[in-house]
Write a protein that binds this ligand. Structure first.
Ligand SMILES: Cc1cc2nc3c(=O)[nH]c(=O)nc-3n(C[C@H](O)[C@H](O)[C@H](O)COP(=O)(O)OP(=O)(O)OC[C@H]3O[C@@H](n4cnc5c(N)ncnc54)[C@H](O)[C@@H]3O)c2cc1C
Length: 393
């Protein structure tokens, strides 16, 4: 094969960097090139994430991905080796708490908890009295039950994860180019080359699209319509001096907000009522969301949220899969060598260890060897058959 690289990865944030690391672990000497248009990562979801990991998903495959992910995150420095240069990702296992105010919701939480436990997770469903005993500072009048992971859920250092994967992938021989992929050359069912804005043409043995919200554009270069669009999320960091509960879990409130402790304060966000695609250049924070959609719900959930100050905020874009809010992973049908790992819809950071490993297996061996990721394959997209994830945050 006359190629300048064996595998070109488009997008060098956490998915691309993890895949590069796994590829070279499985096949030392492979020529892996990672093209990243913005090596500052200022706008990559990886850098703008709230960096949390949970076991509470509604699809078994997502639970399996997170079972592997949390162990990898917990033992990151041993997994990645000294080349990663990251001593610890500082995983804080405070848990996730999904609240519900309805009987139907409680039934669903119990059903999902049983499935998650069968896969090794530690999800428990607590009734209101048990929740009140455990979190005496919460107001629970509107709550019937909540599910919580007593281990393996919490938050960690997102940039540590990215930087560790990058450094360790480089040490294994991956080449990271600060460049934008602007075109793909196709002959029948093969991508034969990619065009980069600076470096020009590069011959490729295989291509992985791991371009986050840029993935639809990259897929268009291969005449593929990927149902992934940017969705804006504004995250608020607040100080609430009368509500300091550093032991609190990440609360997914059935009123439509989430919150978790952060350095003595809290992080909180919501899904906007008019949620829809945004321009990839829209980085304006929705300031009004805090006053209009979040504050009252915080106030109602616990004492002490009457005095609150927003100290910081940021905007991030989900790479939102409009079909079913799940990752789209795999070899694109009709192609011999074009792979996609995108559409993570807000849970791709924790999935990167397992997704990177799975994509490496698929590219090198033609099949998944560890976790079977095929339920997340592109076939469902082409068939218009959603594989819905109900636990979307
Ligand atoms: C506000 C927010 C909160 C989140 N919270 C969580 C959470 O708690 N837990 C969790 O697991 N996940 C969370 N996520 C989601 C998670 O951050 C993403 O799913 C994950 O980081 C995706 O990583 P990625 O590498 O696939 O994509 P990205 O991080 O988006 O990176 C894609 C990269 O591709 C590059 N690129 C794009 N087009 C091109 C091109 N043509 N050529 C070269 N490079 C290109 C971009 O510059 C970018 O660096 C959150 C996301 C947001 C926005």
């Amino acid at each position: 094969m006359d190629a300048n690289c064996d595998v070109l990865i488009v997008g060098g944030a956490v998915t691309g960097a993890a895949t590069a690391w796994w590829l070279l672990g499985q096949r030392p000497g492979l020529r892996v090139v990672v093209a990243e248009k913005d090596p500052t990562y200022a706008r990559a979801a990886t850098a703008l994430s709230v960096a949390s990991v949970r076991q509470q998903f509604s699809n078994p495959v997502n639970v399996k991905i997170s079972r592997f992910g949390v162990d990898f995150i917990r033992n990151f420095s041993e997994m990645i080796g000294p080349e990663g240069g990251v001593p610890s990702l500082g995983l804080k296992e405070n848990g996730y708490l999904f609240l519900t105010g309805s009987d139907i919701g409680r039934g669903l939480l119990e059903e999902l908890a049983a499935m998650q436990r069968s896969l090794g997770a530690a999800t428990e469903v607590l009734d209101r009295a048990a929740l009140a005993a455990r979190f005496p500072w919460m107001r629970l009048d509107d709550v019937l039950a909540g599910s919580i992971g007593t281990r393996d859920e919490g938050w960690f250092d997102n940039m540590g994860l990215l930087n560790g994967f990058r450094a360790a992938a480089r040490a294994r021989g991956a080449r990271f180019l600060a460049d934008r992929v602007v075109g793909l050359d196709r002959e029948g069912g093969r991508i034969t080359g990619a065009r980069l804005a600076e470096a020009g043409r590069i011959g490729v043995g295989a291509v992985l699209c791991a371009a986050g919200t840029g993935s639809a554009e990259v897929c268009r270069m291969a005449a593929i319509a990927l149902p992934v669009e940017p969705r804006k999320r504004t995250v608020f960091v607040i100080d609430a001096p009368n509500a300091r509960h550093p032991e609190a879990p990440l609360i997914i409130d059935h009123t439509g907000i989430y919150l978790r402790p952060e350095h003595g304060g809290w992080i909180t966000a919501t899904v906007p009522d008019d949620d829809g695609p945004c321009s990839e250049d829209d980085w304006d924070p929705d300031h009004a969301q805090f006053e209009e959609a979040i504050w009252e719900k915080l106030y109602n959930r616990a004492e002490g949220f009457d005095a609150v100050k927003v100290t910081r905020f940021w905007v991030g874009h989900y790479d939102y899969n409009t079909l079913d809010q799940n990752a789209i992973l795999g070899l694109w049908p009709g192609y011999e060598n074009f792979y996609v790992a995108a559409g993570f819809s807000g849970h791709g950071l924790q999935q990167s260890p397992a997704v990177g490993r799975g994509m490496a297996e698929l590219i090198l061996e033609g099949a998944y060897r560890t976790i079977d990721l095929s339920p997340l394959g592109p076939e469902r997209v082409l068939a218009g058959r959603p594989f819905l994830e109900q636990a979307i945050v």
